[in-house]
Design a protein around this ligand. Structure first.
Ligand SMILES: CC(C)(COP(=O)(O)OP(=O)(O)OC[C@H]1O[C@@H](n2cnc3c(N)ncnc32)[C@H](O)[C@@H]1OP(=O)(O)O)[C@@H](O)C(=O)NCCC(=O)NCCS
Length: 158
């Protein structure tokens, strides 16, 4: 089995992006699909750093658009591996929007991404265990198992 790695070794705490005009929906606020694309890319970096090889997105759940963001806001992404099983891992992400004029920070998005480590033939391969260190990391680690069970109950045969 590969050696375990601490959550902090792959976590992203302050990835930023500015909301530009082409990121907006018809109401003039940040388009949800655009922010989800950004989240997928941030989580892909976390997954790749943790695995040390390629990983692909298997699923996204518990997506919550909690508040809107506007043109010129600075988005701040925070993402970390919550738990690893054999070939899959759950990555939690939160996005905040900073209004530069008021200095007010809003939590705008939360979601869980499941990534699967893959080899060069795109087949699932074992992922290093993750070592939670802080109280929050330990809580997320514990809670992740229940979420995985709920996801597995949702698996359907085609
Ligand atoms: C992701 C992929 C490699 C998985 O292949 P697969 O043959 O279904 O693999 P497995 O059945 O062995 O499942 C892989 C892992 O996913 C887990 N899994 C399966 N269904 C799941 C679900 N609903 N929720 C969470 N994990 C799930 C399995 O338990 C396994 O993890 P484990 O080894 O840690 O227990 C394959 O489905 C794929 O290539 N999908 C396309 C990915 C893609 O293109 N993503 C977008 C671009 S990055």
């Amino acid at each position: 089995m590969p050696e375990g790695k601490p959550v902090s070794a792959s976590a992203i705490n302050d990835q930023t992006a500015i909301v530009f005009p082409d990121d907006l929906n018809s109401l003039g606020t940040l388009f949800g699909g655009r922010v989800m694309e950004m989240c997928d890319k941030v989580c892909a970096v976390v997954a790749k750093r943790h695995c040390g090889h390629s990983a692909v997105t298997l699923g996204i759940d518990s997506v919550r658009f909690l508040s809107s963001a506007r043109h010129g806001d600075i988005l701040v992404f925070k993402a970390a591996v919550n738990r690893v099983w054999r070939t899959s891992m759950e990555i939690g992400i939160k996005v905040f929007a900073d209004d530069n004029r008021t200095q007010i920070r809003k939590h705008i998005v939360s979601a869980y991404f499941t990534f699967v480590g893959v080899d060069e033939r795109h087949c699932p391969m074992e992922v290093p265990p993750v070592i939670p260190e802080t109280e929050d990391e330990k809580r997320r680690f514990r809670e992740a198992d229940e979420r995985r069970q709920a996801r597995m109950r949702g698996n359907t045969k085609t």
